[in-house]
Write a protein that binds this ligand. Structure first.
Ligand SMILES: [Cu+2]
Length: 153
């Protein structure tokens, strides 16, 4: 009797494991992110200061530049914790030929510069390590465009 219960509980553990792994790793999430505030589309901020995703999730992120000012371009760049300023500095140094985005191992995901009124959808895998990952716009002078992607287990 005792061995039968043990066998049953072992079976339960085995069958529970794959579904847990599937929900943690295979999770797909869609995110919509814009610029500005509801009152002021020109404000130099992301529409959301925080985003939250599960570690390892497949992320589909649509980034919309809500500005109506011609020539006002923005991008979305997700970086490793503590690396926002380093990537901003490197991106300014990279210059317009590189679209104001550095080639950097500190960058986890990045989109292109999006023109006013336009949007872009990018796909990336969320970091496997839980933590707080900054996202920034690397266009020169847009240093107020900062948010935090919270990656949870
Ligand atoms: Cu910007």
């Amino acid at each position: 009797m005792k061995s039968a219960i043990l066998a049953l509980s072992a079976l339960a553990l085995v069958s529970a494991a794959p579904s847990f792994a599937a929900s943690a790793k295979g999770a797909a999430v869609k995110i919509e992110l814009g610029t500005g505030t509801p009152k002021n589309k020109e404000e130099m901020v992301f529409s959301k200061a925080t985003l939250s995703v599960k570690a390892g999730a497949k992320v589909t992120l649509t980034f919309k530049n809500n500005s109506t000012s011609k020539g006002m371009t923005h991008n979305f760049v997700l970086v490793k914790p503590g690396k926002a300023q380093a990537v901003i500095d490197a991106s300014v140094a990279a210059g317009p030929d590189k679209g104001w985005v550095a080639e950097s191992a500190d960058i986890i995901a990045k989109g292109k510069l999006v023109d006013a009124g336009e949007s872009e959808t990018i796909e990336f895998t969320a970091p496997s390590e839980p933590g707080e990952y900054p996202y920034i716009c690397t266009f020169p002078g847009h240093t107020t465009m900062k948010g935090t992607m919270k990656v949870t287990k």
